[in-house]
Write a protein that binds this ligand. Structure first.
Ligand code: ZN
Length: 276
């Protein structure tokens, strides 16, 4: 069975950007693994860094269980500071993860998304893009081979973003929408911080939103459900899926410009599952 590897800069990224698809793949028998790149030590409101790390880690475990995620690889880089980490250092960890888990597909932010405003997202996306080909080289990080690992090439890259540029695939997640909502709402600490940013901006704007203030102290599920409903319904409708469907948008890259040539030249391996 295939493996999907998610390179998530932060604990909530998997649920926030591709949670329905991950739950769908896990339900179909795929092994889904999340590489959590940072420690999320500052993503909270009114807590210490230690308590923030503890809560965000626990909430990720809850969300992962809801989505059917089999394993979480913690890299522990300082959050919101990946711009200070050499890309080659990030890349080495990603190459290691690719060689260890041997995924058929990776999921991450689009390295070429023009409107991504989060540097951690950009740094991870760019390092994954490099790790994609560096992981094939037997002269890059040969120390990995002492653990029994080998050069490895992932087949498909599924890029998400806000919004996805050059989108070419919408995954129908209608049957897994509730899981995505529950998984994202499980990240209560990070969702409260997201909401707090909005409330602070509103204050500067000279307004307040009592409904959002009340949501801060309450169960965030209804709010998360409403936001995701609107977003995924619009994606599904634009893709021509049946009414009331819900979708997640991606730019999926396999062989790129070489896709036609590869289709013509290749034939099935006898001992591999058919992914299509
Ligand atoms: Zn993030």
């Amino acid at each position: 069975m295939h493996t999907a590897l998610v390179f998530a800069p932060h604990a909530d990224d998997a649920a926030a950007f591709c949670g329905g698809t991950l739950a769908k793949l896990a339900d179909a028998g795929w092994r889904v693994v999340v590489v959590r790149v940072t420690d999320d030590a500052r993503d909270s409101v009114g807590l210490t860094c230690e308590e923030t790390v503890r809560r965000n880690t626990e909430e990720l475990k809850t969300a992962a269980a809801i989505m059917g995620i089999a394993d979480i690889m913690e890299l522990g880089f300082p959050t919101d500071s990946l711009a200070d980490v050499p890309e080659t250092a990030l890349r080495e960890r990603f190459v290691y993860a690719l060689r260890k888990y041997q995924p058929y597909a990776v999921f991450t932010f689009d390295p070429f998304a023009p409107s991504e405003g989060n540097r951690d997202h950009v740094c991870v996306a760019q390092a994954v893009e490099e790790a994609f080909w560096v992981s094939c080289f037997d002269l890059h990080h040969p120390e990995h081979f002492q653990e029994g690992l080998a050069p490895f090439a992932v087949c498909e890259r599924w890029y998400f973003g806000r919004p996805v540029s050059d989108q070419n695939h919408v995954e129908d997640i209608t049957d897994f929408f509730e899981k995505r909502v529950a998984a994202l709402a499980a990240h209560r600490t990070m969702m409260q911080n997201t909401l707090n940013q909005l409330l602070l901006q509103l204050r500067t704007f000279g307004r307040r939103a009592p409904m959002l203030e009340a949501a801060m102290a309450d169960d965030l599920t209804p709010l998360v459900a409403a936001v995701l409903h609107e977003q995924t319904t619009a994606v599904a409708a634009a893709a021509g899926l049946p009414p009331d469907s819900k979708g997640e948008a991606y730019r999926v890259v396999r062989f790129g410009d070489m896709e036609d040539m590869v289709e013509q030249l290749s034939e099935p391996l006898p001992d591999m599952p058919d992914a299509h």
